[in-house]
Design a protein around this ligand. Structure first.
Ligand code: 3Y8
Ligand code: NAP
Length: 248
């Protein structure tokens, strides 16, 4: 009897949840609790941390989870590490849906950096119009270069003061090439800071930057634990022992 735990919060996780619901499989969808009004899922849903790897192992036992699918974002490294440790400790099968990173095209102007601190360092010294498309959790270090005119994009309105003067767009995406081109042109964006999330939901800004010939400071992914990885919902449904009835 399958009873899966989906570590979600991504468009891939949402597609998987729909396929699992259609297949009539038992599963629980888990959000980390980063946004105020996360999208509804066609599965029982829980929100918030488990209390580290041990907390997750306890949850797996308590809820009689038979399979864990890590469908979190490639930068959700702590969650992925905890899932690998908890599944090893509890002997629970684990699989990850992992998006292929975006590959730099010949006409892309990317400055590839390892982390947020290097992204700050890669920005010019003289004032520029900079679009930070990295959400709310990682913007504080950019306060080291307050000379820039920043545009930020958050899923939810900011709570309280920002660490520096900035213009905030509140939008949850997915985004389109048209809307990204429009936004970058009207705001006179000169630099974009992005993370190599992969997938379709965030890539419109990368295509828009290429079209406008703008430099992108691209933050590479953190190392993730070794675990079986697949790229498609159909493969995960096979793994869960059921044919994906996508589109059925
Ligand atoms: C809570 C669930 C869907 C899924 C929507 C995808 C696409 C739009 C693109 C930019 C980049 C960013 C950010 C982004 C995208 C999809 C997808 C995707 C990037 C929601 C969601 C949750 C989150 C958390 C949120 C983070 C933030 C990151 C904004 C729901 C809407 C920048 C990732 O304001 C904050 O604190 C936002 C926090 C974590 C930043 C970060 O640290 O990575 N995602 N995003 C998940 C949870 O609680 O478990 O609210 O419904 C999901 C989506 N975000 O089809 O409906 O392919 O997944 N999300 C990045 O670096 O790319 C935006 O602005 O161009
Ligand atoms: P993170 O730094 O790897 O995780 C930090 C802690 O948050 C984890 O140790 C865990 O707490 C809790 N957590 C994270 N994801 C969780 C989940 N799905 N269910 C339950 N607890 C979770 O994570 P993050 O980078 O902040 O990402 C948080 C969430 O936002 C994830 O669901 C991720 O998929 C989503 N996200 C989506 C996008 C996107 O583009 N779609 C981008 C970034 C993040 P405990 O240690 O207490 O268990």
């Amino acid at each position: 009897m399958t009873r899966a735990l989906i570590l979600g919060g991504t468009s891939e996780a949402n597609l998987l949840a729909a396929a699992i619901a259609r297949a009539g499989l038992e599963a629980i969808y888990s959000y980390g609790g980063r946004t105020r009004n996360p999208a509804d899922q066609p599965l029982p849903t829980r929100v918030g941390g488990f209390g580290g790897a041990n907390g997750l192992a306890d949850y797996i036992r308590r809820e009689a989870i038979t399979h864990v699918v890590d469908a979190t974002h490639p930068f959700a490294a702590e969650m992925s590490r905890n899932a690998a440790a908890a599944c090893a400790a509890s002997g629970t099968p684990l699989i990850a849906i992992e998006r292929v990173p975006w590959a730099k095209a010949t006409d892309d102007n990317w400055i590839e950096v390892a982390d947020v601190a290097s992204a700050v360092a890669a920005l010019p010294e003289n004032r520029a119009r900079v679009f930070l498309a990295i959400g709310r959790q990682h913007i504080a270090p950019f306060g080291a270069k307050p000379q820039h005119a920043y545009t930020l994009r958050f899923v939810d309105p900011p709570e309280g003061a920002l660490p520096f003067d900035a213009d905030v767009i509140v939008s949850r995406g997915p985004f389109t090439l048209q809307s990204e081109l429009e936004m970058m042109r009207t705001r006179g964006i000169e630099w974009i800071v992005a993370r190599n999330s992969g997938g379709e939901g965030a890539r419109a800004k990368i295509d828009a930057a290429r079209a406008l010939g703008l430099p992108v400071i691209m933050i590479s992914r953190p190392p993730l634990p070794e675990r079986t990885r697949m790229e498609s919902v159909a493969e995960v449904m096979q793994w869960l022992g059921h044919r994906a009835c996508l589109g059925a």
